[in-house]
Design a protein around this ligand. Structure first.
Ligand code: HEM
Length: 397
């Protein structure tokens, strides 16, 4: 099997349109070997069947210590749900899921609507705007702060911390920024925990502090890591559900018109936007705990296995006409929120935000259109996981 160079996944051309590359690869086979800089070998799964199966395969782990090249703890905030496997993951997820329930997400709907209305009110009367900056970026961070019960005054700090906790560590300066953010975030939460223990509210931090399963409860480190993960996993993903989603609709006038005429299609349309050009287009990773085979390709123990969620969403074996946006698509079994034990815990909240944000935007600005040629748009290279635009200039009227 030819070994692909990871370089091909880092260039501007791939960033602008990864789906053509995935289609070429898929025609050659579902699993490909890739070589990363420093000689690290990995495998990339590009079809739906094997990708979905890999996401729930217990022989493939999330804890990077099973690889020869573990991700060092200081490169992220610490151990989180996304870095653990059963039984530790099962215990922690059980506790967190008791507090962060679909009902808690749904209870936020009126606030998500109010926040959306407020952000869109600020655009009324303008001819043009950058939809990322003015709408898609602020909405999810305000919503997560509300979910956690963080006061409006502290939200600016939260924005800085999320940015700094996820900054790629490329120099001493960036490493220091991460460390400083982790310390500041920790100090801040210590104060919040003390307050909420004394006077619990109906927010998620109070619920996480109170949650118990028999004698089990969340340790201080688990609380910190979980809150950091919710903040990080819940922010940029949702920004890009809105950004990529609005771009896809504005680029498919027939589908946009259909959705405006039939707003009852909105929930299904959000699923379709997640499939068509979702926020986590790149690979989510696993590590082989033993020698395994995927689609007949031998994968040695300790190898990284990257499952491309974006490629799975465009697999003609799983979706009719996968490269067409179809807001009325039936039987949409996309894996945009993953699959198996790590299935996105925030999916109910993300769906709700997507529906309210995109539904309200289209109703409020019926003339909404792109203000630039899509080929000129700049796709961010934010790490290796999330796909999203730096800006989305639109005409509002
Ligand atoms: C896990 C996607 C929004 C919290 C995941 C995974 C995916 C994903 C693909 C699984 C990763 C893997 O298997 O390796 C998305 C997308 C979102 C979104 C596309 C928006 C459209 C959110 C939100 C929150 C959130 C709003 C919380 C506020 C989490 C958490 C996990 C997770 C805690 C880890 C679950 C576990 O490991 O047990 N997400 N997510 N996500 N997501 Fe999301």
């Amino acid at each position: 099997m030819a070994v692909l160079s990871a370089e091909m996944f880092f260039g501007r051309a791939f960033n602008q349109d990864p789906y053509e590359v995935y289609a070429d690869l898929r025609e050659q086979g579902p699993v490909h070997a890739i070589e990363f800089p420093a000689g690290v070998q990995a495998f990339l799964v590009v079809d739906h069947e094997h990708g979905r199966a890999a996401l729930s395969d217990p022989r493939l782990a999330k804890d990077t210590r099973h690889s020869g090249t573990p991700v060092r703890a200081e490169e992220f905030f610490g151990e989180t749900l996304l870095g653990l496997d059963a039984p530790d993951h099962t215990r922690l997820r059980g506790l967190v899921a008791k507090a962060f329930t679909p009902r808690r997400a749904e209870a936020l709907r009126p606030r998500v609507q109010e926040i959306t209305d407020g952000l869109l009110d600020a655009l009324a009367g303008r001819d043009e705007a950058d939809l990322i900056d003015a709408f898609a970026f602020p909405l999810p961070i305000i919503v997560i702060c509300e979910l956690l019960g963080v006061s409006a005054d502290d939200q600016a700090d939260f924005r800085h911390w999320t940015a700094d906790l996820t900054v790629p560590v490329v120099s001493r300066e960036t490493a220091e920024r991460r460390r400083a953010a982790a310390i500041a975030f920790n100090d801040y939460l210590l104060g919040v925990f003390a307050e909420r223990r004394a006077a619990p509210g109906d927010d998620l931090i109070s619920a996480l502090l109170a949650v118990r399963d028999g004698d089990a409860r969340l340790s201080h480190g688990e609380l910190l890591n979980t809150i950091a993960l919710l903040l990080i996993a819940g922010h940029e993903t949702t920004v890009n559900l809105i950004g990529n989603g609005v771009l896809a609709l504005l680029s498919s006038p027939g589908q946009l018109k259909l959705l405006k005429e039939r707003p009852e299609l909105l929930p299904g349309a959000i699923e379709e936007l997640l499939r068509y050009d979702g926020p986590v287009e790149r690979a989510t990773q696993r590590i082989a705990l033993a020698d395994v085979e995927i689609a007949g390709v031998p994968i040695p123990k300790g190898s990284w296995v990257h499952v491309s969620i974006g490629a799975a969403g465009r697999d003609p074996g799983a979706f009719d006409e996968p490269d067409s946006l179809d807001v009325a698509r039936a039987d949409n079994r996309h894996v945009a929120f993953g699959h198996g034990p790590h299935y996105c815990l925030g999916a109910p909240l993300a769906r709700l935000e997507g529906q309210v944000a995109i539904g309200t935007l289209l109703a409020r600005f019926p003339e909404l259109a792109l203000a630039v040629d899509p080929a000129e748009l700049d796709w961010k290279r934010s790490g290796s996981i999330v796909r999203g635009l730096s800006s989305l200039p639109v005409r509002l009227r």
